[in-house]
Design a protein around this ligand. Structure first.
Ligand SMILES: Nc1ncnc2c1ncn2[C@@H]1O[C@H](COP(=O)(O)OP(=O)(O)OP(=O)(O)O)[C@@H](O)[C@H]1O
Ligand SMILES: [Mg+2]
Length: 252
């Protein structure tokens, strides 16, 4: 369980995460949706301690993220940031191997190698393992970062816009992969996502943020509906049901 209690983050006079309370169960896929600037990335950064809280507490499986030793936190929770900049010239395989660092501290075991090979294969990167990151397309690089995160093999996986730069087919592959990580490996997958139809089709739980607050949450059935979506996005959205799934249509 991830427990966020009265979490607050301010930049100057702007409260970008405004006393957020949230409980995310272990297991399952949770999507965080909401407009640009809503505070989604900041919340993910607070949970993963990339950003420090101004007030409140966050625990991951009972571990207080403000106080936990880095290595312990890294064995429990992995995170994909929205933007990934690297100055070092790394190969895809080297990047993915970094995901094993909390386990191996630099000396890769046979098991580490197995995790690396699996992560490369899952993300369709086996052929590109020796390529440098600056020699990849945007979507290939995005997949390499996701492979690194999955390689960390944590119970909690946080991904900030994992579908960035992905073509439709790789986006579907990614959502299937995350669904499988939850269903077959029992991981708690939390992702920030703008495509509400992917969120609808692949999530157990959807959390909607706006102006630094969680404005609503629930099952896809509860959230992917015209009135809740109007509240979140100030937009008229039609919602249709197709094969038991909620599909939002938001064109004029
Ligand atoms: N380091 C920072 N300094 C000042 N303001 C910041 C900083 N980081 C974020 N903000 C502000 O905090 C608010 C929330 O930003 P955040 O990145 O969490 O939004 P988001 O919901 O992830 O948006 P997007 O969908 O565009 O990624 C925005 O108004 C942003 O300008
Ligand atoms: Mg963001």
């Amino acid at each position: 369980m991830i427990e966020v209690t009265a979490a607050r983050k301010e930049y100057g006079t702007l409260r970008v995460v405004d006393d957020v309370d949230l409980r995310l169960p272990i297991g399952g896929v949770t999507s965080i949706i909401g407009p640009n600037g809503a505070g989604k990335s900041t919340l993910v950064s607070l949970i993963s301690r990339l950003t420090l809280l101004d007030a409140g507490t966050i625990t991951v499986h009972g571990l207080d993220v403000s106080r936990a030793p880095s290595r312990e936190l890294a064995r429990r929770l992995s995170v994909l940031r929205q933007e990934n900049h690297l100055t070092a010239r790394l190969s895809v395989r080297d990047l993915v191997a970094f995901g094993r660092y909390p386990h191996s501290a630099g000396r890769l075991t046979v098991e580490d190698e197995r995790h690396i090979a699996e992560a490369l294969a899952y993300l369709d990167l086996t052929e590109l393992g020796d390529r440098f990151l600056d020699e990849l397309s945007g979507g290939q690089r995005q997949r390499a970062f996701v492979a690194m995160v999955l390689c960390q093999d944590t119970d909690y996986v946080l991904l900030d816009e994992p579908l960035n730069n992905l073509d439709l087919s790789h986006a579907v592959d990614m959502m299937r992969l995350l669904r499988r990580a939850a269903d077959e490996l029992g991981k708690a997958v939390v992702l920030v996502i703008h495509d509400i139809n992917f969120a609808s089709a692949y999530s157990d739980h959807i959390v909607a943020m706006k102006n630094g607050r969680v404005v609503l949450q629930g099952t896809p059935e509860e959230v992917i509906a015209p009135e809740p979506l109007r509240r979140v996005f100030d937009l008229d959205v039609q919602v249709h049901e197709l094969d038991g799934r909620r599909i939002a249509v938001y064109y004029d």
